[in-house]
Write a protein that binds this ligand. Structure first.
Ligand code: SF4
Length: 243
């Protein structure tokens, strides 16, 4: 029997993916594989467990054990929009280890919740998970927007993850993702300053060890400079426009 493994991140796209896989293949050999970064919104786990109960499948949760900031400290490198060692160490590696032990590549299919609006990511993700076969059910029609997926979850009686209602495009790392740009960090500062300040403190701690590095960058006269969260906050507090 083929094992159908859904990368179940707690995002609405991965939930919709699981629903489509369950509709096509049933739930007998469905695995909801979630990686715990130790940095998620507790409400993400509430949703993961609610959604698992709704499908009648207990999620499988894997974890490296570290937080993104612990990974950055270990690697002496702060993640950014282009390079995110946190994702590699806290998500991809633990999931791959689970697949290696539990799902023969010839006997299993991996499903990723990338949707039709993110199709450009498909080739790299497919290459990255070789030798497993990867499918992307949400890239197939009918194409659904995020708000349609959220409505779908509500119709199924599920309460969507709260981060979407707080204005975040993705339900990951409690809105403090190092891949996000200035706009999301400023949004986090506005809606959850305590989480922004926690990230700022972590960044300052590592800057003390590593020098002038930061999650964000800005360009001035064609040259790229680190833009620390502390400086971004100072500018926001003084009404200085983002660059
Ligand atoms: S969501 Fe962002 S911060 Fe969290 S592990 Fe992934 S890349 Fe890193």
């Amino acid at each position: 029997m083929t094992i159908h493994v859904v990368q179940f991140s707690g995002g609405i796209g991965s939930w919709a993916t699981a629903m489509r896989v369950a509709a096509e293949h049933g739930t007998e050999s469905l695995v909801l594989l979630a990686a715990d970064t130790r940095a998620e919104d507790p409400d993400l786990w509430r949703f993961v467990h609610d959604a698992g109960a709704h499908l009648g499948v207990a999620p499988v949760i894997v974890a490296d054990g570290r937080t993104p900031w612990e990974v950055f400290a270990d690697h002496r490198f702060i993640g950014n929009s282009r390079i995110a060692p946190c994702s590699a160490h806290l998500k991809q590696k633990p999931c791959r280890a689970w697949l290696t032990t539990n799902a023969e590549p010839g006997n299993s299919v991996l499903y990723v919740g990338v949707d039709w609006s993110e199709q450009r990511r498909v080739p790299a993700i497919t290459r990255g998970w070789a030798p497993w076969t990867v499918r992307f059910p949400m890239c197939e029609p009918p194409h659904l927007s995020k708000s349609q997926m959220l409505d779908w979850a509500r119709r199924e009686g599920l309460r969507p993850p709260r981060l979407y209602a707080q204005g975040f495009a993705h339900n990951n790392c409690f809105g403090a993702c190092v891949r996000a740009g200035q706009r999301q960090w400023l949004h986090l500062l506005q809606v959850a300053p305590e989480r922004y300040l926690a990230a700022e403190a972590e960044e300052e701690k590592l800057r003390g060890q590593l020098g002038d590095v930061a999650i964000l960058k800005e360009r001035r006269r064609g040259v790229s400079y680190p833009l620390p969260l502390r400086e971004l906050r100072r500018r926001a507090e003084h009404g200085i426009a983002a660059t």
